[in-house]
Design a protein. Structure first.
Length: 146
């Protein structure tokens, strides 16, 4: 019963968040991730559902400004053990390579971001069959980060 209620709460939070709320949460986390109030509970209940919402917005609306805010959060919170941002970046790359390439070729040409992209891409595609689509995406990702 508790799990169902928690799932319902997270689902409601995910669908009710605005773009501006997503930006505020990522900015707060990027600046404060080492503080106790931004612990695992915060990451699981607030940050990760927000990152899923960011992924949905960026993929559906090609929102490059929101992607920038997300990339800035990754850079500011580089000491975090949370792998979910990497997975989100990998998913965004899969759904829209151009928007990620545009950001990573110029403003975010950064080894940390490249490492996150590679980790996320490999996590997401780990169980995919290695077909032409997978091979082309992987080649494109490696051309971007190398």
């Amino acid at each position: 019963m508790k799990f169902w209620i928690l799932s319902l709460f997270i689902s409601f939070q995910l669908f009710s968040q605005t773009r501006e709320e997503c930006i505020k949460i990522t900015e707060n986390y990027g600046l404060n991730y080492t503080k106790p109030e931004f612990s695992n509970d915060y990451v699981e209940k607030v940050l990760n559902p927000t990152l899923t919402k960011i992924q949905n917005i960026v993929c559906e609306k090609k929102d490059s400004e929101l992607l920038e805010k997300f990339l800035e959060m990754i850079m500011k919170s580089s000491g975090s053990a949370n792998e979910y941002p990497a997975d989100i970046l990998g998913n965004i790359f899969i759904c829209n390579q151009e928007i990620v390439e545009n950001q990573l070729k110029v403003k975010y040409k950064n080894k940390l971001i490249f490492d996150y992209l590679e980790l996320g891409f490999l996590n997401i595609t780990m169980h995919w069959p290695f077909d032409d689509k997978h091979a082309q995406l992987q080649k494109r990702m490696y051309q971007l980060i190398k």
